[in-house]
Design a protein around this ligand. Structure first.
Ligand code: ADP
Ligand code: MG
Length: 335
């Protein structure tokens, strides 16, 4: 006899994670698909496909079907989900037969898209499928007391979007989603390096620069990094040295937009809950929460305590999986 496996899927714009109640995180792969442009056949997904970004010959393209927080290409998303379920099953062994699944839909997805996600997961053999609101999942995964009548503020900074939500009694009281996340920061770095040095760098290099020497607009010890790109004047490879202050400047405008979204959500907060926020503060999660100096900068700007989730890249997946234990209460969030 097999017991029914219970798994949670975080369908993120940058990373897809699968969490099993018994085994923890069983899969963690970039949301990237490599396709044959002629036949549309899926050649690779996840880590393997991400390694191909910017390096493929013309008949292969590496795409991120969830890139901006909406499902840009549903067929590709469905293929990706199918492969993810197959890999997760392999990692789990036979236990993943007919699992009960909670999937966290990307923010801003329409009810049509949500239904399509449900269908795609079902078509991979799942028995019951539910959808959970992403910020609620993040809060559960970060051990916030979401079912209590106190306000919990979650700022989830992903690849494509940042979602700010106030949660109380297990539901979202108010929320805002902005199309500013890690991808936009990477793009800002690419633009800056192109304008200032006439050097073209790739997306993955930009992401590495952000993670290593990128800082929120706050005082910090100067850091440098050597970077390789293509000289736009003579077309030849070239190495330059970037310093953290210039990268900080390149990202600051976008970070201010993110801060504005947080401020606006706090301003919308029902007064009875505002007091809780002053006491309990704000939780940062999603990969963007790991940006150097972000926690201190936001705390300085909004005058309430700011915490970072213990595992910002995993809290949504963990919360999605854990939410299975109080699935009945989630019914209202199901399409
Ligand atoms: P999503 O939920 O949209 O899939 P994630 O929560 O997985 O997104 O976060 C991915 C984003 O976090 C990417 O843009 C990545 O560059 C960024 N990120 C990951 N680690 C760091 C870090 N140490 N510093 C800054 N950004 C980071
Ligand atoms: Mg996410």
């Amino acid at each position: 006899m097999f017991s029914t496996a219970q798994i949670g899927i975080d369908l993120g714009t940058a990373n897809i994670l699968v969490y099993s109640k018994d085994k923890g995180i069983i899969l963690n792969e970039p949301s990237v698909v490599a396709l044959n442009t002629d036949t549309r056949a899926v050649l690779a997904i996840g880590i393997e496909a991400k390694a191909m970004v910017g390096k493929t010959p013309s008949h292969i393209v590496a795409v991120r079907p969830l890139r901006d927080g909406v499902i840009a290409d549903f067929d590709v998303t469905a293929s990706l989900l199918k492969e993810i379920m197959r890999k997760a099953s392999k990692n789990m062994g036979l236990a993943l037969r007919k699992p009960n699944v909670v999937v966290c839909a990307p923010t801003g997805s329409t009810s049509v898209e949500r239904r399509a996600i449900l269908d795609a997961v079902r078509s991979c053999g799942a028995k019951n499928v539910h959808i959970i609101e992403e910020p609620v999942a993040a809060a559960i995964g970060a051990d916030l007391p979401v079912e209590e009548p106190t306000a919990n503020v979650v700022v989830d900074i992903g690849g494509g979007t940042t979602e700010v939500a106030i949660i109380s009694y297990g539901g979202v009281v108010s929320s805002k989603s902005v199309r500013v996340g890690g991808d936009k920061l990477d793009e800002a770095i690419i633009q800056y390096v192109r304008k200032t040095y006439n050097i073209l760098i790739g997306e993955r290099t930009a992401e590495q620069i952000k993670m290593e020497i990128g800082h929120a607009p706050i005082d910090h010890e100067r850091m440098t990094m050597e970077v390789r790109g293509r000289d736009l004047v003579n077309g030849l490879p070239k190495t330059i040295e970037l310093h953290s202050a210039e990268i900080q400047e390149a990202m600051s405008e976008l970070l201010l937009q993110l801060l504005e979204a947080l401020r606006a959500t706090l301003e919308d907060c029902p007064p009875e809950l505002s007091g809780d926020i002053v006491d309990r503060g704000v939780l940062l999660t999603g990969g963007g929460a790991l940006l150097n100096g972000l926690q201190d900068w936001i705390a300085d700007e909004i005058f309430v305590p700011v915490h970072v989730a213990a595992n910002p890249l995993e809290s949504v997946a963990i919360g999605t999986g854990r939410s299975l234990s109080f699935i009945d209460k989630l019914q209202k969030a199901t399409v």
